[in-house]
Design a protein around this ligand. Sequence first.
Ligand SMILES: Nc1nc2c(c(=O)[nH]1)N[C@H]1C(S)=C(S)[C@@H](COP(=O)(O)OP(=O)(O)OC[C@H]3O[C@@H](n4cnc5c(=O)[nH]c(N)nc54)[C@H](O)[C@@H]3O)O[C@H]1N2
Ligand SMILES: Nc1nc2c(c(=O)[nH]1)N[C@H]1C(S)=C(S)[C@@H](COP(=O)(O)OP(=O)(O)OC[C@H]3O[C@@H](n4cnc5c(=O)[nH]c(N)nc54)[C@H](O)[C@@H]3O)O[C@H]1N2
Ligand code: SF4
Ligand SMILES: [Mo]
Length: 695
Amino acid sequence: MSNEVFSLCFMCTVRCPIRVETGENRVRWIEGNPHVPGIEGALCAKGSAGTALLEDTERLRYPVIRTGPRGSGQWKRASWDEALDFVAGRLKEIIAKHGARSVIFGERTNLNTHISKAFMKALGSPNHFTHDALCKGSVNTAFRTLTGLNDTQFGVDYANTRHIVLYGRNIFESLEIKPINNLLSAMEKGAKLTYIDPRATITASKADRYWMIRPGTDIALNYALMHVIIKEKLYDESFVQRWVLGLPELQAFVEPCTPGWAEAETGIPAGEIVTLAREMSAKKPSVVFHYGYRGTHHEDEIYFRRSIIILNALMGSIEAKGGLFFKKGMAAAGRKDLRKYTELEFPKITEPRFDGSGLAKFPIADSANGNPQALAEAILNEDPYPVKAFIVNRFEPLQSIPDTRATLKAFEKLDLIVTIDINFSEIAWQSDVVLPESVYLERGDSIQAASGLKPQLYIRKPAVSPIYDTKPGWLILKELASKLGTGKSLPYESIEDIWKFQLEGTGVAVEDFDKTGFVQLSEKPIWWDRKDGLKLKTPSGRIEFVSSLLEKSGFPSFPPYVPVPRPEGNRFKLLIGRSAPHTHVSTQNNMYLSELVPENVLWINTARAEKLGILDGARVEIVSPVGSGQLKAKVTDFIHPEAVFMLHGFGKTVPVQTRANARGVSDAALLENISDKVGGSPVYDSTMVSVRPAA
Ligand SMILES: Nc1nc2c(c(=O)[nH]1)N[C@H]1C(S)=C(S)[C@@H](COP(=O)(O)OP(=O)(O)OC[C@H]3O[C@@H](n4cnc5c(=O)[nH]c(N)nc54)[C@H](O)[C@@H]3O)O[C@H]1N2
Ligand SMILES: Nc1nc2c(c(=O)[nH]1)N[C@H]1C(S)=C(S)[C@@H](COP(=O)(O)OP(=O)(O)OC[C@H]3O[C@@H](n4cnc5c(=O)[nH]c(N)nc54)[C@H](O)[C@@H]3O)O[C@H]1N2
Ligand code: SF4
Ligand SMILES: [Mo]
């Protein structure tokens, strides 16, 4: 007998809708939810490997408390009561001595983030942070400087685009199923893809045009595109007139940025830059310059992301079919929003954040998310105050924050580290208590409001009951809160209570998800009127090329172009990225996925490798200002001579993760921890490394 459960994948945070077949508390089959347009049964390799995660004996199976020195691997198994009593006891001591602000909580944004935030509010600490700045902090801030809204409030209409430009947005490997399916169907109808990356990726192989740009110079390319677009009046005049503030200032700024100037910076022929500008204009407004997530991260990243969004505004492709759109939420579909536990009453918190977000360190970065890359410095310098306890949920500070050595050193000052994870992660191994969460196939989570052109609601339902002694995260936090005396702030006993609370007043019931796993809130795409209906949130109500948010904080809207430093002598810029079979740092120990990509290798340009005496497949040593490591070389023409590239997420050190331990090198151990102080992102693509054959 098999049962069918509609749920949400969580092998990565894209959360594709899935259909799971189960029997005798085992998962027999997982596929994409066939009812969801754009998914229609599709699942990626990682999604299919969910069964291996569920059955894995190397995942966390019960709570443990440390018995030897941190990182020694000496643990005792504990009951949940014992483990949570221990954590609550230590937290109470720390709060009594250093105040609630000395407790910080870091997590990858997830469906239950409103619960974690409520947990911290009840405790009286301002220090909940998410991974957001590490992923796309400067994209977020760039959007806010131009539109008053953040990046999560915009989407890309892949299905109807006629030309899309991707700057290192390696969409066919760093994937999201729905966008890929929609883009492929647009390409079948004739849409063009221009891909720009110092490295020829799978996405490059699918593109109509590929430019191997000199690393870190995309911003020069964009200034030249603007120069041509303004000079040849290729922009959407009526859109720009109605919605844009600051075109004359932009025009003056890009006046000297000729295609010839950009050719010298980027290596892209001037004539081709002009051609792209004209091609995009010919298809406007159904075109997209994709703002990306990662791609090129430098200290001026905010201005690069702004330049991309500005190009879209010039094309009039904002709130246009085949361009970018404002995501519509439940309100746009005439419904009340889902309720959140953060809406309940809490004591007022007046303390500043620990990470400088919203303060002098990061004045305009989004303080709703915080700046995790400031963690080590804040702990080490006790600036602005001592941090003593760190609760880590679904997050890996030792591999996701640049400069692991500095992070580890800072953690020596912490009195308590508690990790909630599903794997024995690097940070779990360095913790005092490890609390195992049930994996996504074993648990329900808060309902997801998926805003978009057609807003929808999705639900994660348990497919099977927990195999080991694990609990869902929302229950772990509730039980911990109860032991701390703040249990009232999370007034639920079961996932059904959470769902009912969220749905209050929306007119949607939990049963509405039964048939297809989701609830469609609007049958038709909701577009705002491009003439008068764009709900921009800037002070001027326009798209501010000259930005009041930047300028009131003393930052220019158009700072002079400063070329990023180029590697000299035998050095390279270290670039990083993802592969299709792995999620960040999460899946390297998965039984199936570790076979597909077992380790990372170092991409190095053929001519440069030859000069250094490096052969394809040979071991090389890579040395950065903060770390070093050894891995195999992949000698290839498919990478720019000034760069080397490696996959993120390898080089693990936890012995009980036998399939991942000591495979490859961790990029976080090599990267310097530098930030774009205006935008809020760490600078992942500016570390210079040297490479030589391994001794
Ligand atoms: N399989 C898989 N898919 C994922 C994820 C995953 O972990 N695994 N994670 C998801 C998440 S959270 C994110 S943020 C996205 C990330 O998706 P992407 O933004 O596509 O990120 P990366 O894979 O890091 O790819 C970055 C690319 O930028 C290139 N690059 C480096 N320097 C430059 C430069 O100067 N200019 C240009 N133009 N390109 C440059 C690199 O060579 C690399 O190919 O992927 C999402 N999808
Ligand atoms: N050096 C370096 N740093 C980076 C990046 C990079 O390319 N290089 N990329 C950046 C980007 S784009 C992003 S989005 C972030 C991602 O940063 P993270 O969120 O830290 O990375 P993930 O691999 O998504 O997940 C981290 C942890 O979540 C655990 N986990 C997975 N599923 C569950 C679950 O269901 N419950 C619980 N409790 N835990 C779970 C995993 O076992 C893993 O230990 O990293 C950023 N930092
Ligand atoms: S992209 Fe793959 S791993 Fe991520 S949620 Fe979708 S199916 Fe799961
Ligand atoms: Mo990300």
